[in-house]
Design a protein around this ligand. Structure first.
Ligand SMILES: NC(=O)C1=CN([C@@H]2O[C@H](COP(=O)(O)OP(=O)(O)OC[C@H]3O[C@@H](n4cnc5c(N)ncnc54)[C@H](O)[C@@H]3O)[C@@H](O)[C@H]2O)C=CC1
Ligand SMILES: C[N+](C)(C)CC(=O)CC(=O)[O-]
Length: 489
C-alpha cells in the first residue's frame, strides 16, 4: 500500500521534503497557510523531477499523489511520516506539534527540520514527547542525502529506527547524532564558516564573491569527497595525521579565527552583503540558481558514484535496490517467453544533456553500451565471468537518432539478439520514451580472452544462453532498420 507523508510547512525545506517523498512513490499531503504554497512547491517539484531520477541507473517508483489541505487534521490523519518544516521559532513549532499530535497516529514518525533546536526543547509541552525527533535535512532535500537524526533519552527508539529505515529506502543517509547539542553537527560548521565570512566582509578583507571563490575553487571541492579529517590526514603527507597536527596545532593559538566574536548585524553590514550578493549573482533568478546548483550537484554526485566513494557509494547501493524493486531482469532464467529483452530502464541524467537542451548524441551510445552490458550479464557474462578472463569487445556500431529526449524522462531499451553463434554476438537495441521510438543501436560484439586480448570462444554456458535467446528472437518479427548502414535514400 502507498505510504503517506504529511508536510507541515511547505516552504524551501518542506517543498524539498515533499519532492523527495513523492519521487520515491509516497503520497504527500501538505498543510501550509501560505496561499502561494502550491505554486512554490510546484516549482521545487519541477526542479526535482529533472534532477533526482537521473542520479540512478534504475527507475524510481511511480510518483505519488500530491494534495493540499486547509486543516492540519486532514493532512496528518493516517500519515506514516509527519515532517514539520515551519519557521525556526520554538513556540511556533511546539504549538504545531500539539495540533499534529491531537490527530496523528501515535506510531507515526514525527520529524522536525529544525536547523538548531535540540529535540528535548521540541518535546517540551508535547502530548507524546517520545514521538518527536529532529530529522534535519540539507537544501536541496530532494538531492542531498544527509539527514541528522537526533533523538533524546525519552524518544521511542522503535520509531527512530523505523524513520532511519524509511530514509534509507528513499536513498538518504541518516546520521544518528548520539548526544543532542544546539545546531546538531553540520550546522555548527556552517555557523562557524558563516561567522568568519561575515567578519571578512565587515573588515573589508573580501567581498561575497571572493569568499565564494575561496571556497568553490579549493577546499569546497575537497570537502565534498573526503570531509575534514580524511582531507587533513592526506595533508600531513606520509606521516599522516600526527604530522599534520604537529605542524598546524600551534596555529590554534594564533589569531587565525574570530570565532568567539560575532559581528553586529547592523543595517550597514546587511546592506553591504546584500549589495555585493546582488552584484555577484543578481543576473540569475533564484530558480535559475537552483537549476545551476542542481546541475552541478548531479554531476559531482555521479562522478563520486563512478569512484564508488562517499555520497556516490550511497547512490550505488540505491541503484541495486531500485533495480530489484523495478524487477529488472539480470539472468536468462528470469526472462519472460515470447518478447524482446528489456535491458535498460532509467531516467535521463542532467549531465547527459547538452547545449541543445536534450540528451547528447554520445549518451545514446552510453545508454546502448549499458544495455549491452546488461544483456551480457543476462547471458552469464557477468562480473564473475569477466574476472575469470572472458568478455566481449564491441567491433562495430550503427546508431540511428530518431527523436530527442530530455533530462528526467524515463527511457527504456529493448534488445533483439540477431545472432549469437560462436564468438559473435549481434545485438539490435531500440530505445523508447513511453511508446515513442528515440533511437536504434546495432552492435556486433566479439567474445575475447582478456588474457590474450584476442577472439576466443565463450564458455559453453554463455554460448547456450545466447543461442537460447537468439532462437526465441528469430521467431519474432525482424526489427525495422536491422542491417541498415548510413546512406542516402
Ligand atoms: N532554508 C534552509 O536552508 C534550511 C532550513 N531548515 C529548517 O527548516 C525549517 C523551515 O525553514 P524554511 O523552509 O527555510 O522556511 P520557509 O520560510 O521557506 O518556509 C516555512 C513555511 O512554513 C509555513 N508556515 C508558517 N507557519 C505555519 C504553520 N503554523 N503551519 C504550517 N506551515 C506554516 C510558511 O507559510 C512557509 O511556507 C526551519 O526550521 C529551518 O531551520 C533546515 C535545513 C536548511
Ligand atoms: C542556514 N541553515 C542553518 C538554515 C542551514 C541548514 O540548516 C542546512 C543547510 O541546508 O545548509
Amino acid at each position: 500500500m502507498t505510504q503517506v507523508a504529511a508536510i507541515i510547512g511547505g516552504g524551501v525545506i518542506g517543498g524539498g521534503w515533499a519532492a523527495r517523498f513523492l519521487l520515491n512513490g509516497w503520497d504527500v499531503r501538505v498543510f501550509d497557510p501560505d496561499p502561494e504554497a502550491e505554486r512554490k512547491i510546484g516549482e521545487v517539484l519541477a526542479n526535482a523531477r529533472r534532477s533526482l531520477p537521473g542520479l540512478y541507473e534504475a527507475p524510481l517508483p511511480a510518483e505519488g499523489r500530491l494534495s493540499f489541505h486547509s486543516e492540519i487534521s486532514e493532512a496528518v490523519t493516517g500519515a506514516a511520516w509527519i515532517q514539520e518544516s515551519v519557521p525556526e521559532q520554538l513556540a511556533m513549532k511546539q504549538k504545531v506539534y500539539r495540533a499534529i499530535q491531537a490527530h496523528c497516529d501515535p506510531a507515526a514518525v514525527l520529524g522536525s527540520s529544525t536547523s538548531g533546536f535540540k529535540p528535548s526543547e521540541l518535546q517540551e509541552a508535547a502530548l507524546r514527547p517520545a514521538q518527536i525527533m529532529v530529522c534535519h535535512p540539507f537544501n536541496p532535500v530532494y538531492l542531498l542525502p544527509l539527514i541528522e537524526v537526533v533523538p533524546t533519552e525519552q524518544s521511542d527508539i522503535a520509531i527512530v529506527a523505523r524513520a532511519e529505515d524509511m530514509l534509507r529506502q528513499m536513498g538518504m543517509y541518516p546520521l544518528r547524532v548520539r548526544k543532542e547539542i544546539d545546531a546538531h553537527i553540520a550546522d555548527r560548521f556552517l555557523e562557524a564558516v558563516w561567522r568568519e565570512a561575515l567578519w571578512l566582509i565587515k573588515d573589508g578583507i573580501a567581498t561575497t564573491e571572493e569568499i565564494d571563490n575561496a571556497i568553490r575553487y579549493g577546499f569546497g571541492i575537497r570537502w565534498a569527497q573526503m570531509g575534514l579529517f580524511e582531507t587533513y590526514r592526506v595533508a600531513g603527507g606520509e606521516a599522516g595525521m600526527r604530522h599534520f597536527m604537529a605542524q598546524f596545532g600551534p596555529a590554534l593559538k594564533w589569531p587565525w579565527t574570530k570565532l568567539m566574536d560575532v559581528p553586529e548585524f547592523t543595517d550597514d553590514l546587511v546592506d553591504m552583503i546584500s549589495d555585493q550578493s546582488d552584484a555577484q549573482s543578481g543576473m540569475h533568478s533564484i530558480r535559475e540558481l537552483e537549476r545551476i546548483r542542481d546541475n552541478n550537484l548531479v554531476g559531482m554526485m555521479r562522478a563520486l558514484k563512478a569512484q564508488d566513494w562517499g555520497a556516490g557509494a550511497l547512490l550505488k547501493g540505491q541503484d541495486q535496490h531500485l533495480s530489484a524493486q523495478a524487477g529488472m531482469v539480470r539472468h536468462v532464467a528470469d526472462l519472460q517467453a515470447g518478447g524482446l529483452t528489456e535491458t535498460l530502464r532509467r531516467a535521463v541524467p542532467l549531465d547527459w544533456t547538452d547545449y541543445n537542451g536534450h540528451m547528447n548524441e554520445a549518451r545514446y551510445l552510453q545508454a546502448f553500451g549499458d544495455a549491452t552490458d546488461r544483456f551480457m550479464e543476462i547471458v552469464g557474462c557477468d562480473a564473475a565471468y569477466i574476472a575469470s578472463g572472458g568478455s566481449y569487445f564491441t567491433a562495430e556500431t550503427h546508431i540511428r537518432h530518431i527523436d530527442e529526449v530530455h533530462a528526467g524522462k524515463v527511457i527504456r531499451v529493448e534488445t533483439y539478439c540477431a545472432e549469437g553463434v560462436g564468438k559473435k554476438m549481434h545485438l539490435f537495441h531500440k530505445m523508447f520514451e513511453g511508446d515513442r521510438l528515440l533511437a536504434t543501436g546495432e552492435h556486433m560484439l566479439i567474445h575475447v580472452s582478456l588474457e590474450t586480448r584476442k577472439a576466443s570462444a565463450p564458455s559453453a554456458q554463455v554460448a547456450q544462453n545466447l543461442e537460447r535467446i537468439a532462437t526465441a528472437h528469430r521467431a519474432l518479427a525482424r526489427p525495422e532498420g536491422l542491417g541498415r548502414s548510413v546512406g542516402r535514400k
